[in-house]
Design a protein around this ligand. Structure first.
Ligand code: ADP
Ligand code: MG
Ligand code: MG
Length: 247
């Protein structure tokens, strides 16, 4: 089933066109990767799919489950099952990690979540990510290290079980152990929660324990190549130079 489809999408930020003619198609259960150098527009693509109002879609269509969502609010998109993990997770003083996720979960499902059951799930999930139970009651991301912030994003992923997860540099700035844990968390989502993934990255370490179906290369706001997972090795060996030379 076709879950997400972009048809010729252009995106502007503050009058500057960042993305040009982006087309891609993600079927349910697939794992897609977007690679590209800094400033290519990868995060912009994630925000545009999530519907962040700062990112204006000026041409083309974004379709989710066959319906155009260009004009839907981020809230509606989240309710429909789209999740974006931020490259730079926000710190939210006064709201604990577990309350944040509980509220988000209740808003998305429209149902109240039973406390005891929820608490058990929180502790199990923290355990998977090798985070102590005390993180549940800490203010969201406040004083978290870079690695802890990334784990907190994966915690939210595992708790909210979205239909489509867009992970923006979930592995940047992590040490090898943290990368392995984050990577395990992503695999858990994919395999046990029937997940569909769009993974934005400019490194490839997070991909090591995942079966990747499609790789897209983004340079200067355009998708310049799309291929199977073998492209990852090629990028590792050669970088993005040959794409930049032609850009
Ligand atoms: P990537 O994630 O691939 O590193 P980004 O999507 O963050 O790239 O950025 C793409 C381009 O858009 C860059 O030139 C960046 O400076 C610009 N850009 C990103 N966010 C903003 C913003 N909020 N305001 C203005 N320009 C932005
Ligand atoms: Mg960047
Ligand atoms: Mg980025």
């Amino acid at each position: 089933m076709e879950l997400l489809k972009l048809e010729g999408v252009d995106v502007k930020i503050e009058e500057k066109q960042i993305l040009h003619d982006i087309s891609l198609k993600i079927n349910k259960g697939e794992t897609h990767v977007i690679m590209g150098p800094n400033g290519a527009g990868k995060s912009t693509l994630g925000h545009a799919i999530m519907g962040n109002p700062k990112f204006e879609v000026t041409a083309g269509r974004i379709l989710y489950k066959g319906e155009e969502i260009n004009d839907e609010s981020p809230d509606k998109r989240a309710k429909a099952g789209i999740y974006l993990s931020f490259q730079n997770p926000l710190e939210v003083p006064g709201v604990s990690l577990s309350n944040f996720v509980r509220t988000a979960g209740e808003q998305i499902s429209g149902e109240r979540i039973k406390f005891m059951q929820f608490r058990r799930k929180v502790e199990e999930t923290l355990d998977i990510l090798q985070m102590g139970k005390e993180y549940a009651d800490r203010d969201l991301n406040v004083g978290f290290s870079g690695g802890e912030k990334k784990k907190s994003e994966i915690f939210q992923l595992l708790m909210l079980k979205p239909t489509l997860a867009i992970l923006d540099e979930a592995d940047s700035g992590l040490d090898v152990d943290a990368v392995r844990i984050v990577s395990e968390g992503v695999r858990e989502y994919k395999e046990n929660m029937d997940g569909t993934l769009l993974i934005i990255t400019h490194s490839t370490r997070i991909l090591q324990s995942l079966k990747v179906d499609v790789v897209h290369i983004m340079v200067n706001g355009r998708i310049v190549d799309t291929s199977d997972a073998s492209l990852i090795e090629k990028i590792n060996a050669e970088g993005f130079e040959r794409y930049l030379a032609n850009a």
